[in-house]
Design a protein around this ligand. Structure first.
Ligand SMILES: Nc1ncnc2c1ncn2[C@@H]1O[C@H](COP(=O)(O)OP(=O)(O)OP(=O)(O)O)[C@@H](O)[C@H]1O
Length: 404
């Protein structure tokens, strides 16, 4: 098949490209220039699409004797990923830009262009596997190396996209093996360090990076009963689950540590509470998508849900859960004006689409709206949704009634 390999200049996509060539495919390499903004380009060994990265990718493509291009997606990346990241924080939510990038850039804009140019698939260096069910439909599974598994950030992919995804290193048992193979092939990137979480924040300090992009508005810090405990300089500098640096003088009534339990953009209030107040058993998600058969095709009804596991961060442990299709929001604005940061348009809190309800068997702690919940069954990704709200108690019938 004709394969377009997305080459970051890192070791994983270099080996992915080499394996695609070895497998006999007609391979073309492309490096995406994702940022032109000063201050977002790291210098040194690893950056967000630095000149060094594109040179590394180019060099590997030369060794593999495949055509190589650099495509400028920086404008799209700024609008769809960076601006969205800022707007989500401004709305008091915690976004996952890598997931958005997979959803809107790599497996959308890039894939569309690849298909339009006659390619059959795009290949990346992600640690995940596309397997086929009995009827030949694609399924997304965790990568073999669970320490490197990237199925979580690919949870946004739909069946149509999975049809055109190729992950040549997903079945490799360990990253060490990938590095050894790169060294054997003579790739200078064999020992290049792994990439950071957010490629456009050079030093990893998200709050400092956001500080000059979102106007700070002082507001109140309250406890769960509404008693005012102090003031903050800007709700955006707080994170759900945060314990240190709350800036509250008054000791808690029970003498126990306090944690941030809520951020309310409408009133610009930070709520604090006990560790127990952080525990949740129910999650409601928006922007639901399914990587293959939806629960309704899996025997689920609105009453029964499906047994699954849910994961709420890239490297969190999955917990046993049941997922339900929630109500369908038929009409909603795409954007709304943030009440705290006037004139900043933020994505609507509840856009049109299917809600996903998830009850967990074990309580989760420190869950923030905006995070993505990915629903698995064993190694297979079933789907995902963006967490919109949480609740202390489950809303669904007891597990013994949950069918699937
Ligand atoms: N700037 C880019 N241009 C082209 N492809 C990219 C770029 N950034 C990431 N990718 C693709 O997305 C995959 C996953 O990206 P991620 O940033 O997680 O890198 P990684 O896991 O460290 O992989 P690598 O070692 O290849 O950089 C990469 O393996 C590559 O195929």
């Amino acid at each position: 098949m004709r394969v377009l390999v997305a080459m970051s200049g890192g070791v994983d996509s270099s080996v992915a490209a080499a394996r695609a060539v070895d497998a006999g495919h007609e391979v073309v390499g492309v490096h995406l220039a994702l940022s032109r903004m000063p201050g977002t380009l790291r210098t040194g060994s690893r950056g967000c699409c630095t000149i060094e990265d594109s040179r590394d990718a180019h060099r590997v493509a030369g060794m593999l004797d495949i055509p190589f291009y650099v495509w400028d997606f920086s404008e799209r990346f700024k609008e769809d990923i960076v601006d969205d990241f800022i707007a989500e924080y401004a709305a008091g939510r915690t976004p996952n830009p890598c997931m958005r990038c997979n959803e809107r850039i790599k497996f959308a804009a890039l894939l569309d262009r690849a298909l339009a140019l006659g390619f059959d698939a795009i290949a990346t260096g992600h640690y995940a596997e596309v397997l086929r069910d009995d009827e030949g439909r694609p399924e997304l599974h965790r990568g073999e190396d669970l320490a490197k598994d990237q199925s979580y950030v690919l949870g946004v992919l739909t069946s149509d996209q999975l049809e055109h995804c190729y992950f040549p290193i997903g079945a490799t048992v360990s990253k060490a093996e990938v590095r050894a193979e790169a060294a054997e092939r003579g790739f200078s990137v064999a020992n290049k360090p792994d990439s950071y979480d957010i490629c456009f924040i050079p030093d990893g300090d998200t709050k400092a990076w956001l500080a000059d992009k979102i106007p700070m508005r002082p507001g109140l810090i309250k406890d769960s009963e509404g008693e005012v405990l102090g003031e903050h300089d800007g709700a955006m500098t707080y994170t759900i689950g945060q314990r240190k640096g709350l800036g509250i003088e008054k000791p808690a009534r029970d003498g126990k540590p306090r944690f941030v339990t809520g951020l309310d953009p409408a009133t610009n209030t930070v709520t604090v509470g006990s560790r127990a107040d952080l525990a949740v058993s129910h999650l409601t998600g928006i922007r639901t998508s399914w990587a293959g058969a939806a629960p309704s095709d899996m025997g689920s009804t609105p009453e029964t849900g499906i047994d699954c596991e849910v994961q709420i961060r890239a490297h969190a442990d999955p917990v046993a859960a049941r997922a339900w299709l929630g109500e369908f929001v038929a009409e909603a604005p795409e954007h709304e004006v943030n009440p705290i940061v006037d004139e900043v348009e933020v994505p609507a809190a509840r856009p049109a689409g299917q809600l996903m309800y998830v009850d967990v068997d074990e309580e989760l702690s420190g869950v923030a709206p905006g995070q993505t919940m990915v629903v698995y069954r064993g190694t297979r990704v079933l789907g995902q949704a963006t967490i919109d709200s949480t609740a202390k108690d489950r809303i669904t019938p007891a597990p013994e009634f949950a069918g699937a």
